[in-house]
Design a binder for this molecule. Sequence first.
Ligand code: FCB
Length: 448
Amino acid sequence: MIRFPESFVWGTATSAFQIEGATKADGRGESIWDRFCYTEGKVKNGDTGDIACDHFHLYQEDVRLMRDLHIQSYRFSISWPRIFPQGTGQANLKGLDFYKRLIDQLLKQGIEPMATIYHWDLPQALEDQGGWQNREMVDHFEQYASFLYEELGDVVKKWITHNEPWVVAYLGYGNGEFAPGIKGFEEYLRAAHHVLLSHGKSVSAFREKGPKDGQIGITFNLNSTYAGSPSREDQEAARRYDGFLNRWYLDPVFKGEYPKDMLDLYLQKYNLDFVQDGDLKAISQPIDFLGINYYSIMTALDESQAEDVLKFQALKTGRPTTAMDWEIEPNGLFDLLVRINKEYCSKTPIFITENGAAFEDQVVNGEIMDDDRLDYIKQHLQACHKGIEHGINVSGYYVWSLLDNFEWASGYEKRFGIVHVDFDSLKRTPKKSALWYKEVISNQGCFE
Ligand code: FCB
């Protein structure tokens, strides 16, 4: 039997583009994900976010659903093109109003809102000016964030600047698998730098314009990277991958510098003159919490023949996998917590802002017995608990996701929800994992 501290926050997470639909309602502008969905061959089955879960219209039902599941906190994201259809300029108050209504419902039901300012749906108008490769984005983002602090700071106290800068920059501008679909390593590094800088500047703006009783942090997608063998080459490959995915983001925020080994590696081939004097200082603003999205591990092998600078190959270790083909390893989460606590932030609270799994759920007599998802969540909660026992300040957990939704380039095929969504009727049905999660919350975080 394990028991979580009473103060532990039990939540669920979503993001705007993945659930809202209503992409043209009330003056919303086009986002890079709208454009990407309508570009042939980019998203599985040609799926789009046009309707998604229609949460824009069904938000009241979704908030009631969360209340019925005893969810204590809801992490959602705000759609930039709903608020600024062109990215900058005059705010669209009708778009803002949707979030005011949503937050109002949450507070009425006793659910604490946690708002992510950017979860990937950049206004297309800004991409047309270079998107995250353009340094001007830093100011645009700061202005957008400041507007939100001023308009919503009285009702939202927990804020996340960015969701997964690595995904924004690498999948968006590096390998092009996600919107806006640009491919180039230098483009990736430039975009990543601007995302980090916009984070730092908007944290500074929060200290000035945000609620005095508010907290702000950033969410990174992190993993534990292991070497595929004890050989020196594979150890080095693991170190490079760790530098690429984890340290390139953690070091600037917590230490005010890029990792030296990675800088040396990148500078052999790329020009990093977009890093200007004072940038790293601006990025490394103290934050109130760190958000971690954890799904899987990486086991790295050296690939000296590879043309890219990272020269690594991912090893499949034979562990069980989810429907995304991601290996399941809850110990990787524990190892990550220990490492973050030791190397980066021993005091800053940590929220697991996403964790969960896609599986091929079957609806049988109106029920979804998703034992594999339930086990996944349970094992990862056990890893969090073990972290807490080791004195690590893990303050809360947000299941990804409340609802089955638009899983980016995989479209609607991959289901991550603890609540099933029938994408024809839009009917929501809690799965076995949701009912289990409710029990855990009701038992004040106790489970076998
Ligand atoms: C994360 C994203 C989230 C969701 C999960 C499965 O990288 O933040 O939107 O797609 O993966």
